[in-house]
Design a protein around this ligand. Structure first.
Ligand code: NAG
Ligand code: NAG
Ligand code: NAG
Ligand code: NAG
Length: 485
């Protein structure tokens, strides 16, 4: 797998070279100007989920395949370099089908009773995956419950909707379970901490505007705010002040907009790290206009047949389509994170579709170009801030100032033919040897490409039609940043 890419890495410690000074005067160099003085939103990163026991597909892979798949997901030089793992906090009493089991299969008889937590040390394979992610340097783990355990809900079932007992309009004979649910979520985080994984973000709902036959719990933004006001102090008392609360995993952008304004009206927005949305029922467009960060936390093509194409016909499973989707969220809609649905999935359990980045079938796997679309964003590291970028014809460009001072520029060539792209950073001419670039198209997977640097400090590289190229420029005087990547 990916021999072309490995060969490129082996062959090329550094491909940048001094350019003929005539380069800029050659025809059709599309210039993109990056302006670090124009600052937009902070970036947390990019990620995927392995919920619903999909992580077990990786657990069950034998070496070397297991390491290969982990590298494809997490490696910042040979894979997608994902920096966020979204884990499902189980609510089911057992692990039948692909259900995620809960740490509280049976509730105490009243909300103030002592809970009898059961930890299996596996968490549907997600603990293993998370520990592996830690070994790659991943620092963001988003623990996200689809539902409270059934015994805390109006319908006494973790599936089929129902509400958390104790939020407005949801009173239960057994009492108010808000505090018990908050304690339960804290316990889950503590169990992960004991296993070497620091949960950094916590969600307590998934698609609360949609009732399903699997784990689901209904909530408005107003009801969510009532719970947030219990959860925040519970986290703080447990010395988990640094855990950010995310809410509410709406099925789509327009519902997320309602959540954001309801939580704000209820006075709980200041307790929220990120407003989270999926893109199933309405796509992301414009900005939510909230002071909180905004994350897209789950989306995929659920309909098309399994595809590994970068560009076939612009279909919703194409890698190029995904390059544009992620770009749109981050550059046009002020997102601080973009998280794909499943990282891996088999052929049998679900439709043979594109809801995964990597198809894992027993001991074999196939990588989609959707993964390489995300890999083009790996130059943008957690803690970056988006900065100004503009110019060029038929180009979409986004630029980011990383925390180490390096500048990442991601560019999609919307034209159908090859273009030469030249980037210049305002106030900081690029030095030869301080820049690298990688590209993806139908036949390349984030392959390194030659960068030429003109005497005026413009760094240029060629990008195929319907291709994507990403530049990484070292902070002035710090070429070690890019050399080491
Ligand atoms: C990432 O991939 C590169 C290239 O294959 C390899 O040298 C490096 O060891 C990998 N990193 C990790 C953490 O495995
Ligand atoms: C609280 O957490 C911090 C790290 O977030 C840790 O350094 C400190 O020891 C913890 N304190 C207690 C009392 O557990
Ligand atoms: C972008 O997001 C930040 C939070 O990350 C927020 O402060 C800012 O107001 C948002 N800008 C727009 C235009 O929505
Ligand atoms: C260069 O980058 C490295 C890696 O991020 C960092 O540790 C170092 O402080 C930087 N040096 C300068 C002079 O900015």
């Amino acid at each position: 797998m990916h021999l072309s890419h490995l060969a490129a890495l082996a062959a090329a410690p550094l491909l940048a070279s001094a350019a003929p000074s005539s380069l800029e005067t050659r025809q059709s160099v599309q210039k993109v100007t990056v302006n670090p003085a124009t600052k937009y939103q902070p970036i947390d990163g990019f990620g995927f989920s392995a919920a619903f026991q999909r992580a077990n597909l990786i657990v069950n892979l034998k070496e070397p395949k297991q390491s290969e798949v982990l590298n494809l997901l997490f490696n910042t030089t040979s894979g997608a370099g994902f920096s966020i793992v979204r884990n499902g906090i189980g609510s089911s009493k057992d692990s039948q089908k692909d259900y995620m089991n809960t740490i509280l299969p049976t509730c105490p008889s009243s909300p103030s009773g002592t809970p009898d937590y059961k930890w299996d040390g596996k968490d549907s394979g997600q603990l293993f995956l998370s520990q592996k992610a830690v070994s790659f340097g991943v620092k963001q783990f988003y623990a996200n419950a689809w539902s409270a355990p059934g015994c805390m809900k109006t319908n006494n079932n973790d599936a089929n909707g129902g509400s958390l007992c104790g939020v407005s309009g949801a009173s239960c004979k057994s009492g108010d379970w808000k505090q018990a649910y908050a304690n339960y979520l804290v316990k889950y985080i503590q169990l992960y901490a004991e296993s070497g994984v620091t949960v950094t973000h916590l969600g307590f709902l998934n698609e609360p505007d949609f009732s399903t036959s699997y784990a689901s719990m209904l909530s408005s933004g107003t009801q969510a705010a009532e719970f947030i006001k219990v959860l925040r102090p519970t986290l703080d008392k447990a010395n988990l002040t640094s855990v950010g609360i995310n809410c509410c995993e709406a099925t789509g952008w327009s519902v997320a907009n309602q959540h954001a304004s309801q939580i704000n009206s209820a006075g709980a927005l200041g307790m929220v790290y990120a407003i989270t949305s999926h893109e199933y029922t309405s796509r992301i467009s414009g900005t939510l206009g909230t002071k909180a960060r905004v994350w897209q936390t789950e989306y995929s093509d659920l309909n098309g047949g399994w595809s590994t194409a970068w560009y076939s016909n612009g279909g919703s499973g194409d890698g190029f389509t995904w390059a544009n989707t992620v770009f749109n969220g981050i550059v046009n809609s002020n997102l601080s994170a973009y998280i794909f649905w499943e990282g891996v999935q088999d052929r049998a359990t679900n439709n043979n579709n594109n809801e995964k980045l990597i198809l894992v079938d027993g001991q074999t796997y196939q990588v989609s170009k959707r993964l390489w679309a995300f890999a083009q964003f790996r130059v943008v590291r957690p803690g970056a801030v988006r900065i100004g970028a503009s110019g060029g014809s038929n180009l979409k460009s986004g630029a980011f100032l990383n925390a180490d001072g390096s500048v990442a520029v991601v560019i999609i060539n919307s034209a159908t033919s090859t273009q030469t792209v030249g980037i210049s950073v305002t106030g900081a001419p690029v030095a030869s040897g301080d820049v690298r670039a990688w590209y993806t198209d139908n036949t390349h997977d984030a392959s390194e490409t030659t960068v030429t640097v003109g005497t005026d400090g413009t760094a240029s590289a060629s990008v195929p039609g319907r291709g994507m190229v990403s530049f990484l420029v070292a902070a002035p005087g710090n070429g070690t940043v890019v050399k080491g990547l």
